[in-house]
Design a protein around this ligand. Sequence first.
Ligand code: UDX
Length: 445
Amino acid sequence: MSNITVAGTGYVGLVTGVCLAEVGHQVTCVDNNDEKIYLLRQGISPIYEPGLDELIVKNTENGKLDFTTDYQSVYAHSDVIFIGVGTPENEDGSANLNYVFTVAKEIAESVEQDCLVVVKSTVPIGTNDRVEAYIKAHLKHNVKIEVASNPEFLAQGTAVRDTLYASRIVIGTESDEAKQILMDVYEPFKLPILAMNRRSAEMVKYASNDFLALKISFINDIANLCEKVGANIEDVTNGMSYDERIGNRFLNPGIGYGGSCFPKDTKALHWLAEEEGYILRTVKAAIDVNEKQKYALIKKARNDFPTFNEKKVAVLGLTFKPGTDDLREAPSIPNIRLLLNEGARIQAFDPVGIENYKKLFPDQISYKHSIEEALEDAELCFIFTEWPEIKEMDLGLFKEKMKTPYIYDGRNCFSLYEIQNKGVNYHSIGRPSVIEYGVLDEVQA
Ligand code: UDX
């Protein structure tokens, strides 16, 4: 088994390192953040990811996994070094490669034996070529270095499963030797391995993410039209999904995609295409639709509330999706900012996202630890994330707890059937509204 180092202990780096140890490799994870390494050495994951802590503890105890900030000594004697650091978005939409090149420089200055450097971070097409040239230009020792591309396809909340049981492993190499090393690294996973050149591998990652983002924006576009023409998006997607060419996944309408990948990767590929003199019209459309979709709920609420000033607003769900405490590009953020700017008084519930939200909005929001408390006395309620706790809540609570039960559900958490006869006004995405508040009381009187 190879002696592997992974640079970066964020979602990509840490999950990769832990899973490589789990299948039997000797792995050291490196990060320049002392606090993260301190936590990891005690078996505590700095990110919320189901199943990860257990694997960290197990593989640390059996000696397969180690964590350090001392990159020099581990890079010096690694057979394979994975780069799994972040590539955040620049102001102009392009990918920021600072972290990747910082690691590349540290590798160049530290390696003392031949080594394969594997770029796992999502990077623009051609970056692997640049990283290889950069490392070669900065090498301190006379060693042979090659760079390979190996994009990851993990989703937050299911990252461990997505890595151990991935649909495919994509490797992009420019030599048979590099290809063989990566084939050996991935052999214990027993998964389909697709080998290609570096630029194609880099493109597979962007094309996959952008296709999924486009699928979501497409269905949001259709959902908006359904509302206008009296169709129900649930029936429409169900009808579409029986066609195997379309399938039923990533067809859930909502208030747009967030997270650390789709927003940034759509913009990065669009930016890169423009640089090449080509306009990626479909990807541009996905970005535009998503920008607008974030405000689909507020638009509906404005029909009922001309101003949110002094309104008590319940918010259920803050994270960009369930199963994570990550808030990057969470649609709740621009919506809450807008509500606060208009003078709304917000009481918010989220099962795991509150601590991180407090870093963004320390005092402006009243954080609640239960759905009941968040709904107490509220005049309207927004649902931004489809946490199981929210999907399975007692629907009688809306009428019982709220002052006026106006509900705007950005994730279609409840079926129209179950929300009926609950005495609420309920608006969701792409489906007819249920208007019962006041009306039902009159009927029953
Ligand atoms: C995504 C990809 O799924 C993963 O393969 C890639 O490696 C990284 O980006 P992630 O960002 O963790 O993973 O979450 P994902 O589950 O894909 O959801 C992204 C966003 O799309 C979320 O905001 C989610 O709410 C939204 N979404 C997803 C929809 O609005 N509708 C859907 O049908 C699916």
